[in-house]
Design a protein around this ligand. Structure first.
Ligand code: FAD
Length: 339
């Protein structure tokens, strides 16, 4: 295992933003991981765990050790008549994992097809798409405490999952590196296909009783048509979370703006479509130098080539001010801001 100095991170984040890690290591085994944490501790360096860099805005150089988690692993164990527990190393590619499980007839991940990044990052913001979140299938998380090197297992409840949220973004932020996740999947093809855009796509395809493969194909199609490919145009997916507000506020906003799309949130509150709010403020397709808003998806900020993290954040500030000024709604940034 090599600990590198002054490693460029430009190719290690999907926004393609420039930044340099003063210290950088890729941990490909548990031994590497523990050794890296020892090194950081011995040198008083803060640790930034890195996966695929698909949920980051690098606004400056990270101060300590950037630890790219590359731990492999894929083990399946039977759990009950139709259930299986799949233990996955944190460094496994999420999209590859979804495809592999589908190929083996292990179901539950179809709606999360084509989400970039690693398995280890999936619980950090409780990844979700098309009506399913990773918390719906997550059995547990194995993590190593950065301060001590001790291994700890978190069950689903201890992860305190919420909408794009978990304990690892809250009170335990930067205290643990995820080493593996265990998912509870099913050999029975149970599908979740009621989410609006997914149901519409399946019906457009003439699929009345979808199989998990149908769901995965529809999700892949929707994602490929709606979202820019980071390999072509730098981005981090949805840049803002959908705001969740009290029903009274949602009702008042809907009366003033009848076109505003709203969705029920599981806690009795109401989710507002951030993309609609941004589009109404005229930002769809807007450009400020090399930073921009995608022309067909107002929630996705893009790097047209040569933007810095500061450029992206300046545009984000402009959007947040405009949305707040017009609707009185605060938009929260979804990716992690570093530096
Ligand atoms: C085109 C595109 C589409 C996307 N669509 C979706 C979507 O539909 N739904 C969704 O939820 N997200 C989506 N995202 C966001 C992103 O894919 C997910 O958040 C993903 O889980 C990030 O994985 P990563 O490995 O790239 O994490 P990184 O970006 O490397 O890291 C993200 C955060 O997790 C931490 N982290 C990473 N690995 C570990 C680890 N092993 N242990 C501890 N902390 C760790 C980092 O420190 C950082 O705080 C999209 C992104 C893009 C570019």
């Amino acid at each position: 295992m090599d600990i590198l100095r002054d490693q460029s991170l430009r190719d290690l984040n999907t926004f393609g933003l420039p930044a340099v890690a003063r210290w950088f290591v890729r941990a490909s085994s548990s031994a590497d991981l523990l050794e890296s944490l020892d090194f950081a501790r011995g040198n008083g360096l803060p640790v930034l765990p890195l996966g695929g860099g698909s949920n980051l805005v690098l606004a400056g150089d990270p101060p300590g050790l950037v630890l790219q988690v590359g731990l492999p692993g894929f083990d399946v164990a039977d759990a009950g008549p139709q259930g299986v527990l799949v233990r996955v190393g944190a460094g496994e590619d999420w999209t590859g994992l979804v495809d592999r499980c589908l190929g083996l007839g292990l179901y539950g991940l179809e709606n999360l097809a084509l989400i970039p990044g690693t398995a280890g990052a999936a619980p950090i913001q409780n990844i979700g798409a098309y009506g399913v979140e990773v918390r719906n299938v997550l059995e547990g998380v194995e993590a190593v405490e950065i301060a001590t090197g001790a291994v700890r297992t978190f069950d689903n409840g201890e992860c305190a999952f919420g909408y794009r949220d978990s304990v690892f973004k809250g009170v335990l932020k930067d205290r643990f590196v995820v080493a593996a996740v265990t998912l509870r999947l099913s050999r029975l093809p149970v599908v979740s296909a009621s989410y609006g855009a997914l149901a519409t796509e399946l019906s457009r395809r003439g699929v009345a009783e979808p199989t998990p493969i149908d769901v995965a194909e529809a999700v892949r199609h929707l994602r490929r048509t709606k979202l820019p490919d980071p390999a072509v145009t730098g981005n981090a997916g949805s840049f803002f979370q959908n705001p969740v507000v009290a029903p009274g506020i949602a009702g008042a906003l809907r009366s003033a703006h009848p076109g505003l799309p709203t969705f029920p949130s599981e806690d009795g509150r109401v989710k507002l479509a951030a993309a609609w709010l941004i589009e109404q403020c005229g930002f769809k397709g807007a450009r400020r130098g090399a930073a921009g808003v995608h022309p067909s998806h107002a929630l996705v900020l893009v790097n047209h080539g040569g933007a810095t993290g500061r450029d992206i954040l300046a545009l984000a500030d402009e959007i947040r001010s405009a949305v707040f000024g017009r609707f009185g709604v605060s938009l929260a940034i979804e990716p992690r801001i570093v530096g």
